[in-house]
Design a protein around this ligand. Sequence first.
Ligand SMILES: C[S@@+](CC[C@H](N)C(=O)[O-])C[C@H]1O[C@@H](n2cnc3c(N)ncnc32)[C@H](O)[C@@H]1O
Length: 277
Amino acid sequence: MAAANPVARHYGSARIAERVLAAFHRQHGADAAVTVEGLAPLDQFHGRGVLATTELAALLRPRAGERLLDIGSGIGGPARWIAFKFACRVTGVDLTPEFCAAARALNAATGMTEQVTIIEGSALALPVPDSAFDAAYSQNVIMNIADKQLFYREAWRALRPGGRLALSNVCAGPEGEPYFPVPWAATGDTSFLATPQEMRADLVAAGFEIADFRDTTAALLQIQRQSRERLQSGEQLPPVAADIILGTRAREMQINSLRSTEDARTTSVEALVRKPA
Ligand SMILES: C[S@@+](CC[C@H](N)C(=O)[O-])C[C@H]1O[C@@H](n2cnc3c(N)ncnc32)[C@H](O)[C@@H]1O
């Protein structure tokens, strides 16, 4: 049955884990062991892939044994990567049932079920207790959220005093709406972009202290342009998470995403904020 929520309907499709694993085995051989690092090109569903996750983790600096929350965890790539690299425990919450099912199947395939737990639910009513996490992060999710202040208040509630929150987000650029469809939304009905200034103000209004706030648009453009050149050269590229998840829609969406960045209709931001101790 199709999901009732239009955001979940945009993302969801059948047999995602099977498609990810099939792509992995095509590249590495039928008998190859499925590892967190081996899956990384195929399970990180955001611009700049695992490179962006590594960068966000460098901002967040997870410590061994910490409890982390991944808000909008997708098919679980970032949660597995961070849990594996930093020996911490990650709880992922995501709205899209098919993504939660895929995340659980890929946790099992990589032996990460102890360290990574997936809960289906909304970022706007996080199904977790107050003050339960040392740190949280959210990668490329806030673009789908209309009520951003509620999103930040829920993240604040889930963190212990002194807890950190790292964010990557696509923000509104000065030159108007993105060119739709983009990977996070087929139309403007489920895309809600704030300007970087509005994002900062919403975080402060929710009670966070800003520790770092940076524009990552140039780094994203560089990677997007390299992929476009390779696509246009006719070179057969190995698939990435977006290709597997979005299927035949992926190429148009990725090109629109690049055009939107080039034409200053979107900008990219990374931030680290803290709940006061
Ligand atoms: C572009 S994907 C990013 C997934 C993941 N963070 C990653 O980087 O691989 C956006 C994700 O946000 C989730 N999402 C959007 N709105 C949500 C909400 N209100 N509550 C929970 N998850 C949400 C979607 O289901 C989707 O998994």
